[in-house]
Design a protein around this ligand. Structure first.
Ligand code: NAD
Length: 266
């Protein structure tokens, strides 16, 4: 008899997740922990990633929280090396941390350009390098990089953001080619509009507090763009990541999966 769900048993594996303090990274950390994965979460927001760790511990899972600035190669190396030192292996590397940038090309400053490259692109390169260093001798591993639906549809004000995410998609494919012979799968996720802190500017007041009516307007406006008629939740993306890092997705590498409600279908 076939056992199709056997490929989804991740108990005992070890995952490093950046951006684990909020949104997609947090949902991914909680989801992997819920199926028995030990999660080492990194985030520049230490209090937030500590909270993720506490939530996992309260549900009976195992987690660590490490203050990590993904723009620092030393921080990313320490996050991954620390996981290997404590748990002996790293099976999953999720390069999730990222920030939005909404400005016309003509108005974008050098500092902004450097910052978005550092947080959204160079960080992922550091993450892939650090993961390769551990996974190649291990001869196994799964890497997930967060790209974006912005790579499919050019839009005003999104040049810098979309450029970094398109580069992440290309890095993902190249890393898949280099990692494959070592038993490492590398896949990307290009979500559509997902209701997280990332989109906060759409639904907060001038003091930065969430306004419920604005949340509803945001969901209605962006949800209307999708054939499925809604925006995504962080859990929608975590579910896609759970699939990709499972052995059930064992023949998937170099792919960009699009949990986007059908907004784009390249
Ligand atoms: N939410 C969306 O609509 C959407 C759509 C497509 C892609 N994405 C991508 O998904 C990823 C996660 O976004 P999210 O929606 O969960 O956003 P979020 O703002 O909820 O979470 C991002 C997390 O990254 C952390 N972070 C920011 N800068 C960091 C740094 N320098 N070092 C370490 N951590 C840092 C933040 O503290 C935060 O906890 C990002 O890469 C984003 O570009 C999001």
């Amino acid at each position: 008899m076939i056992e199709p769900l056997k490929g989804y048993d991740l108990a005992g594996r070890v995952a490093v997740i950046t951006g684990a303090g909020s949104g997609i990274g947090k949902a991914t950390a909680l989801t992997l922990a819920a199926v028995g994965v030990t999660v080492i979460g990194g985030d520049i927001d230490q209090a937030a990633v500590e909270l993720t760790k506490e939530e996992i511990a309260q549900s009976g899972g195992q987690a660590r929280a490490v203050r990590t600035d993904v723009t620092s190669r030393a921080d990313v190396d320490a996050l991954v090396d620390g996981a290997q030192a404590e748990f002996g292996r790293v099976d999953i590397m999720g390069n999730v941390a990222g920030i939005p940038h909404n400005k016309m090309i003509a108005d974008t400053t050098d500092d902004e350009f450097e910052r978005i490259l550092a947080i959204n692109l160079k960080s992922v390169f550091y993450g892939v390098q650090a993961a390769f260093r551990v996974m190649m001798p291990q001869k196994s591993g799964n890497i997930i990089n967060l790209s974006s639906g912005a790579i499919d549809t050019p839009a005003p004000t999104l040049a810098c953001y979309a450029m970094t995410k398109a580069a992440v998609a290309m890095l993902t494919k190249t890393a898949a080619v280099e990692g494959g012979p070592h038993g490492i799968r590398v896949n990307g996720i290009a979500p559509g509009v997902i209701h997280t802190n990332f989109s906060r500017h759409n639904f907060v007041d001038e003091e930065g507090s969430v306004v419920p009516e604005k949340v509803e307007q945001y969901k209605k406006r962006f949800g209307a763009m999708a054939p499925l008629g809604r925006v995504g939740e962080a859990q929608d993306v975590a579910n896609a990541i759970l699939y990709l890092v499972s052995d059930g997705a064992g023949f998937m590498t170099g792919q960009i999966l699009r949990p986007n409600g059908g907004v784009s279908m390249p």
